[in-house]
Design a protein around this ligand. Structure first.
Ligand code: E4P
Length: 266
């Protein structure tokens, strides 16, 4: 399993030494509010000044998000995910335009597109945009993924990576049923396992990166998954536990027949 840090906090990334990192607008907002990173914020705002007023706010947000991404990449060997504005989640043209601008900003900062995943909501429109971007050589992380159907559509669009949200699925089930769940019965864990098995059974190239974790039990129950993106607090909690992270998922043990139950349950 590739360990990914789910944070915009550069100090945590420096300390935790993950392979990749994922950011989102709330993580960038949190990091950009930290006086320690005031320079990145100021540079982002300055970059937007030359544009007409109607474009400045969007440009500043894009520049700050990329500014953090560029800085994060100095401390990790792998990829950084930068998210498209959630208000564009149902807008194919808007998503395409912003994804291309983000990649252009990375290029201007000397970062090749191979090191960036553009994070896009797994709405129908988001998935259509990802299909186009992948054909252009822009790799996508389809996020906010809560169902098998979204995962199937994302793989068919040839997305580079999906982020199924374990904890948000759990939150929803807990609120609805009032029940408690163990890592084995956790509906978020169950969902990611069936997506993983289905992908491996049919040979999809799309990487499965479990996201949105609520406890270390969920992480342990998905060990062996292609990637797991985990916030600094849970990475610290894992490091404090004595048990090693032992793989539970194993692609080599999955046969094409494993795709059938996953499809039936969907
Ligand atoms: C991952 O890509 C997301 O940034 C993150 O895991 C969301 O987690 P949350 O449900 O705790 O917001």
């Amino acid at each position: 399993t590739v360990v990914v840090a789910d944070t915009g906090d550069i100090d945590s990334i420096r300390r935790l030494r993950p392979e990749d990192a994922t950011t989102n607008p709330s993580l960038i907002l949190k990091a950009a509010s930290d006086p320690a990173y005031a320079d990145i914020l100021t540079r982002g705002i300055d970059a937007a000044r030359a544009l007409p007023p109607s474009q400045r706010l969007t440009a500043a947000i894009e520049a700050v998000s990329v500014g953090f991404g560029v800085e994060i990449l100095k401390h990790i060997p792998g990829l950084v995910s930068t998210e498209v504005d959630a208000r564009l989640s149902f807008d194919i043209a808007g998503t395409l335009a912003q994804a291309r601008r983000l990649i252009a900003r990375y290029r201007d900062a000397g970062v090749p597109r191979e090191r960036v995943l553009v994070k896009i909501a797994s709405t129908w429109e988001g998935i259509q945009a990802a299909r186009v971007l992948e054909q252009e050589g822009i790799a996508c992380n389809l996020t906010l993924l809560f169902s098998f159907a979204q995962a199937q559509a994302a793989a068919e669009a040839d997305a580079t990576l999906i982020s199924p949200f374990v904890g948000r699925i759990l939150d929803w089930y807990k609120a609805k049923t009032g029940q408690d769940y163990t890592p084995e019965t956790d509906p978020g864990v169950v969902s990611v396992r069936s997506i993983y098995e289905y992908y491996k059974a049919v040979g999809h190239r799309t990487v499965v990166m479990g996201a949105s974790f609520r406890n270390t039990g969920e992480i342990r129950a998905l060990a062996g998954c292609d990637k797991l993106t985990i916030g600094p607090a849970l990475l610290d909690a894992l490091a404090g536990e004595s048990a090693p992270l032992t793989p539970v998922l194993d692609a080599t043990r999955i046969t094409p027949a494993a795709a059938l139950p996953a499809l039936t349950e969907a």
